[in-house]
Ligand binder design. Structure first.
Ligand SMILES: Cc1cc2nc3c(=O)[nH]c(=O)nc-3n(C[C@H](O)[C@H](O)[C@H](O)COP(=O)(O)O)c2cc1C
Length: 126
């Protein structure tokens, strides 16, 4: 999957995300991806829904979730997005690059996700 960050939006149904969101996470490989969960609801908070989804993609970089209601303003959404610590994309990378390292040792290839720190970013820029 050629992206770094996934905004995972869902409605709250009976306090949780709909099952199809779980199915989506279970059927993909999100190693090293940043996942930003957000939900809409009539009144319920995001509650345990995001933590339960995180458990299905434990190798992702999971940001705190946020709940929106029908009265959330566009500005509030923009402030939220702009305040997120989205990383994995550096000045020298282009759309489609992947923040995953493939390390081959004696014919066995291991994948490693770059950590969110200055050393990893410097390596990625090389
Ligand atoms: C089956 C079902 C269960 C729902 N359960 C909740 C709930 O537990 N708490 C809540 O605040 N809203 C609940 N809602 C309202 C939805 O969260 C709300 O309709 C949705 O976030 C808005 O997106 P929509 O326009 O796609 O429906 C439920 C809606 C449906 C259809």
């Amino acid at each position: 999957m050629k992206y770094f960050t996934l905004f995972l939006g869902y409605p709250i149904w009976h306090g949780q995300a709909p099952k199809i969101i779980s199915t989506f996470l279970e059927s993909g490989d999100f190693v090293g991806k940043t996942i930003v969960p957000f939900c809409t609801s009539g009144s319920s908070p995001i509650g345990s829904s995001a933590a339960n989804l995180h458990a299905l993609a434990p190798s992702s970089r999971w940001l705190d979730g946020r709940r929106f209601s029908g009265s959330t303003s566009q500005n509030a959404v923009a402030r939220w997005v702009n305040g997120l610590e989205l990383t994995g994309k550096t000045a020298n990378t282009t759309e489609g690059d992947d923040p995953i390292l493939n390390i081959t040792v004696n014919g066995t290839t291991l994948t490693a996700a770059l950590a969110d720190n200055s050393s990893a970013r410097a390596l990625a820029e090389l």
